[in-house]
Design a binder for this molecule. Structure first.
Ligand code: GLA
Length: 383
């Protein structure tokens, strides 16, 4: 886990004379089930993870934000008074986009010195970008003395992604980063934004396998999926794919063109799976939960077409290990990570077998992380 004292010291070295910083941590997330349902006003079940971003911040007297990414060793500067800011197609867009989104929502921000440090693996489906956005939002609001409800912060960060960065993502990542709860998954209704914290059962571990294949959400595929869903909903005469059951869809969906039909079938069945998975978690039924994860992956592979060969190999290998309840891709797809629900006493065996098998099959060395479900964004105090 990223160390607050080191971030504070890094800030003071990098920005001498900028004063004592305040520090805000925001976690990445892993999604247990409910993929590509958030922008269809459906259900998701993410958990915040132990990887996180820390933003160290101090106030300036002008309207500039000087931001330095320790992770990438790159600096960037922007002006809060810029009337027509433009993205530059880089990591700094997540910070600048968040600042402008807060500003345009009415928050009176002030200039800031900002250092961002993160151990969330980049571009791997664990919401490294949401962690930057949320930590930067907390930091900028705090030094400006602006109080804002976490749900408004999450929505402002989502707007940054949608309007500034240009990815039409849903609310899941920013929500999980703001609302994460220690030891719990979050069952979120992306229409009402109401959520429930579901305790994870004892003796099972969340194991994340990084294929080391990078994805690029802005690559157009993500927005294309969303457009397909919107077309499907429009043809079906419903507000969102949330508004049709699996049974109704089996009948009414027949009017849709083949590709749109499959995209919509994924979303409609995935929503049902999340509700079943929540029920399984409430009754500590890991076997059923794992089965739903496996079905989710198959649907993302065949109907939604957002997996890739490496993700498929990774889940296939995982399922061969005894003590694994379920395995699926997590996040946007096209690379990135899988999430595996594994009996805790099988984790070591899992690690060895999956790492070896994946290397043999793909020539790539995977990274495998065991994570607890963690707390959402908060101020942190170096010791
Ligand atoms: C990305 C987006 C989320 C969500 C997932 C897919 O992580 O940022 O909003 O749509 O993909 O479930």
């Amino acid at each position: 886990m990223i160390n607050a004292t080191e971030v504070r010291n890094g800030f003071k070295r990098r920005m001498p004379g900028a004063g004592e910083p305040r520090l805000f941590r925001a976690p990445g997330r892993v999604n247990l089930i409910g993929e590509h349902t958030d922008y269809n006003e459906g259900f998701v079940m993410p958990a915040a993870i132990e990887f996180s971003t820390i933003a160290a911040v101090s106030a300036r007297t002008d309207s500039k934000v000087h931001v330095y990414s320790k992770t990438l060793d790159q600096a960037f500067e922007f002006d809060l008074d810029d009337p027509a800011p433009k993205p530059v197609d880089g990591w700094s867009d997540y910070v600048a986009g968040t600042a402008y989104s807060l500003r345009d929502g009415g928050a009176k921000l002030r200039g800031a010195n900002l250092l961002i440090d993160s151990d969330v693996p980049l571009g791997s489906g664990l919401s490294s970008s949401a962690a930057i956005e949320v930590s930067a939002a907390y930091a900028l609001l705090a030094i400006a003395g602006v109080a804002m409800e976490p749900i408004q912060i999450a929505l402002a960060c989502q707007r940054a992604e949608n309007q500034f960065v240009g990815v039409r993502s849903g609310i899941m990542d920013q929500f999980a980063s703001c609302f994460g709860a220690l030891g719990h998954a979050l069952m979120l209704d992306c229409r009402s934004l109401g959520h429930q914290e579901l305790p994870l059962p004892p003796n099972v571990s969340l194991v994340i396998c990084n294929t080391m294949v990078k994805h690029e959400l802005a690559g157009g595929e993500y927005n294309q999926r969303r457009a397909d869903c919107e077309e499907g909903a429009k043809t079906l005469g419903i507000r969102a794919l949330r508004d049709i059951t699996v049974e109704e869809f089996a009948d009414r969906g027949k009017v849709l063109p083949e590709r749109i039909f499959r995209r919509c079938r994924h979303v409609v069945t995935e929503n049902a799976r999340v509700e079943e998975a929540a029920q399984a978690l409430r009754s500590h039924d890991c076997a059923v939960f794992g089965e739903l994860m496996n079905e989710s992956h198959a649907s993302l592979d065949q109907d939604y077409e957002v997996t890739c060969p490496e993700l498929n190999v990774m889940v296939e290998l995982a399922r061969q290990v005894s003590g694994v309840y379920g395995a699926r891709m997590t996040g946007g797809g096209f690379g990135g990570c899988t999430i595996n629900l594994v009996q805790t006493d099988a984790v070591e065996r899992f690690h060895q077998m999956v790492a070896k098998g994946y290397q043999e099959r793909t020539g790539l060395t995977p990274e495998i992380y065991v994570t607890a479900a963690s707390q959402g964004a908060t101020e942190v105090f170096p010791t």
